[in-house]
Design a protein around this ligand. Structure first.
Ligand SMILES: *[C@@H]1O[C@H](CO)[C@@H](O)[C@H](O)[C@H]1NC(C)=O
Ligand SMILES: *[C@@H]1O[C@H](CO)[C@@H](O)[C@H](O)[C@H]1NC(C)=O
Ligand SMILES: *[C@@H]1O[C@H](CO)[C@@H](O)[C@H](O)[C@H]1NC(C)=O
Ligand SMILES: *[C@@H]1O[C@H](CO)[C@@H](O)[C@H](O)[C@H]1NC(C)=O
Ligand SMILES: *[C@@H]1O[C@H](CO)[C@@H](O)[C@H](O)[C@H]1NC(C)=O
Ligand SMILES: *[C@@H]1O[C@H](CO)[C@@H](O)[C@H](O)[C@H]1NC(C)=O
Length: 613
């Protein structure tokens, strides 16, 4: 009895397992198909991107997946449920011609708007894009006929072709939803099809064409349906003059064609010249205006900024190293100061003393609740840590109103500036080898901090590209990164800790315990920033998730910053570094590597990189 029931249950389990396996197989199949559709969709968009050029640099913008968690990083794209539903590239001075089968795999497309550009060539057939509702090719230089395939798009409600050089006849659109239709300002000919849909549009939908006729234009068509029946070749009767008339009329026609074309070319040429002149002057004008504005701004900043707390009688500065106590707070307050950074913890000033020494002064804002003892002890402690990759703390000051930290001044700007400033304008690209040497330095500095501050929960806690300063001397080509703003976590009131870079670390927002691995996460974000060239945003955008998605889909080089993509021989190194970045940004702190491991992995990459050279 019991053996029978156990036997039966074994069968049941076996069956269940089989069922589960089948289910799994079925779902993996659809997943594969899904992935294939996704890939085809993307390929079409990439093909579109690569056949066009524009002022809006699509080539650097359309990278990675078009849709990501129902959001998109692609300019002009709309997504719904991870599918591309809209492509809107109106008025961005696109040039080039479209592939004939353009967008045919963007199966869920409902809106396509390419109006107001300078596209030429034939219209794409849009075959099979059954969801399309609004399509605009208006204000371009498209030529050739309106594709008959458009008749088979069932849901069309807006269709705009005005202001192109299209020829041929108007197809008999009969889509009942069609509410906007415009073919004016083209070179269309023949009868406007006599159906209730097309006859419902006003004359302005059709006028300014070469030879359209029909009721909307209040222009009767003389010959019955000329485009439908092939022209009857005139037979015999040379005497009646019929054939000769036909010949001259067709000559006339091609003559008018020709004249129209000539006039168009002249007009376009003239318009182009006018635009060029206009743009040139506009540029000059705005450049001048901008220069003026910048100048004003700088003067204003300089004149309005003197050291904070000027009127208060100063208390002492505490020096880490008494030998460097060659100035006091009064000197500092009398110095000329310039804001060089506005951070979450307070502003940083460049202070030039009368003796011409230069320091960076960080003024910690509104840090009420920070204990004096804690602050002084921590600054003494931090001041004694010396490393090539740490900005040195010279002295500090604590009073009820002011908390100041005086650092050595680093003139090369921050990694953030190095990566993101002047993009697009005259900019020195930051080469791969420089990037690699910078991240190696950062890794070493962080490993050192972790090693000499073992009891600190998060030794740096504020690691981000704007807090990595770059020391550079004109005769050195290499870049030496140095951290600033480190070591504040233990002394900040807990209400302020979210302002630090660790505010972005997953375990922070989940209220979990923080460890050294929180710094490792922040380091991973810097690596991704260096690799992709994408500035960190304040939004909830998830760069590690995006990168992972791209890598998993084999578009790995898509993530690379455009400035380093051309260094093909280093692609493998770049992707190796990406793998390190992804393990550093693992959601599980336990799975992130220790900084010492990261240093040796980066050193391996770097050693190979140097060997190549
Ligand atoms: C593309 O451009 C849009 C708008 O200009 C921007 O929001 C987006 O981040 C860019 N995407 C990428 C991948 O650069
Ligand atoms: C056509 O549009 C209607 C309403 O906008 C929608 O319900 C329907 O699914 C669409 N059909 C197709 C093929 O997209
Ligand atoms: C296309 O974009 C232009 C400019 O933004 C707009 O005026 C026009 O209405 C749009 N057409 C369609 C069909 O969405
Ligand atoms: C157009 O169609 C209407 C109604 O179907 C008809 O009355 C009219 O005679 C037609 N006109 C021409 C020119 O065929
Ligand atoms: C069609 O386009 C032309 C040129 O842009 C415009 O003047 C006209 O008003 C439009 N007609 C309709 C019905 O939209
Ligand atoms: C009509 O004229 C053409 C030359 O213009 C000539 O070759 C042809 O034989 C003529 N046909 C008849 C039927 O006269």
């Amino acid at each position: 009895m019991s053996s029978r029931s156990s036997c039966a249950s074994i069968f049941l389990i076996a069956e269940l397992v089989l069922l589960l396996k089948m289910l799994a197989m079925a779902s993996s199949l659809t997943l594969d198909e899904e992935a294939q559709l996704f890939r085809n969709e993307r390929n079409d968009l990439i093909q579109l991107r690569d056949s066009l050029s524009s002022t809006m640099s699509l080539h650097s913008n359309w990278t990675g997946p078009p849709c990501y968690n129902d959001r998109t990083r692609w300019f002009g794209i709309t997504c719904f449920k991870s599918k591309v539903t809209g492509v809107s590239l109106a008025g961005i001075q696109l040039t080039g011609s479209l592939p004939l089968a353009a967008l045919q795999n963007v199966l869920h497309l409902t809106r396509l708007n390419l109006s107001d550009n300078a596209l030429h060539g034939a219209l794409p057939s849009l075959q099979g894009l059954r969801h399309l509702q609004a399509v605009s090719f208006a204000k371009n230089r498209f030529s050739g006929p309106i594709p008959a395939e458009f008749l088979a798009l069932p849901n069309l409600s807006q269709l705009e072709f005005q202001d192109n050089v299209l020829s041929g006849t108007v197809p008999a659109f009969e889509q009942q939803r069609l509410a906007v239709f415009n073919v004016s300002y083209n070179f269309l000919e023949g009868r406007i099809p006599n159906n209730s849909v097309l006859q419902g549009f006003p004359s302005s939908s059709f006028d300014h064409n070469l030879g359209l006729c029909g009721r909307p234009l209040k222009k009767p068509c003389f010959v019955a349906a000329p485009p439908l029946s092939p022209p009857v070749s005139p037979v015999g009767n040379n005497a009646s003059g019929g054939p000769s008339f036909a010949a001259t009329s067709s000559n006339n026609k091609s003559l008018t064609h020709w004249m129209v074309a000539l006039a168009t070319i002249c007009f376009i040429g003239l318009a182009f010249m006018v635009t060029v002149c206009f743009v040139y002057y506009l540029k000059r004008y705005t450049k001048k205006a901008k220069q003026k504005e910048d100048g004003d701004l700088e003067i204003e900043v300089k004149s309005s900024q003197s050291m904070p707390g000027q009127e208060k009688k100063a208390l002492d500065l505490m020096f880490v190293d008494q030998e460097r106590a060659i100035f006091d707070l009064d000197d500092l307050l009398r110095s000329s100061a310039e804001v060089i950074g506005k951070g979450n913890l307070g502003n940083t000033y460049k202070a030039t003393l009368e003796s011409c020494q230069v320091y960076a002064v960080k003024r910690l804002n509104t840090m009420n609740g920070m204990s004096k003892k804690g602050f002084l002890q921590q600054m003494q402690f931090l001041g004694r840590i010396k490393h090539d990759n740490l900005v040195e703390i010279i002295s500090f000051h604590y009073s009820k109103e002011e908390k100041l930290v005086i650092y050595e001044y680093i003139s090369g700007g921050s990694l953030f500036q190095l990566l993101h400033d002047n993009r697009g304008e005259a900019r020195m690209p930051l080469k791969w080898s420089a990037r690699l040497s910078i991240v190696e330095g950062i890794a070493r500095g962080l490993a050192y901090l972790h090693q000499c501050m073992p009891s600190h929960k998060v030794p740096h806690a504020n690691l981000k590209s704007s807090n990595v300063l770059i020391a550079r001397w004109s005769h050195y080509t290499n870049f030496q990164p140095k951290f600033t703003d480190y070591g504040f976590y233990p002394i900040l009131p807990s209400t302020h800790t979210h302002r630090l870079a660790i505010g972005k670390v997953p375990e922070f927002s989940q209220g979990k315990k923080l460890t050294h691995k929180a710094d490792v996460y922040c380091f991973g974000l810097i690596l991704l920033e260096v690799i992709t060239g994408q500035a960190p945003s304040d939004g909830e955008e998830n760069l590690p998730g995006w990168v992972k998605l791209v890598i998993n889909n084999d578009w790995s080089t898509d993530i690379l910053d455009l400035e380093i993509v051309s260094e093909k021989e280093s692609h493998a190194d770049m992707l190796n570094l990406t793998q390190i970045a992804l393990s550093c940004t693992d959601l599980d702190p336990e799975k992130r590597p220790a900084m010492s491991q990261v240093v040796s992995r980066i050193e391996e990459i770097r050693a190979a990189n140097i060997e190549i050279r």
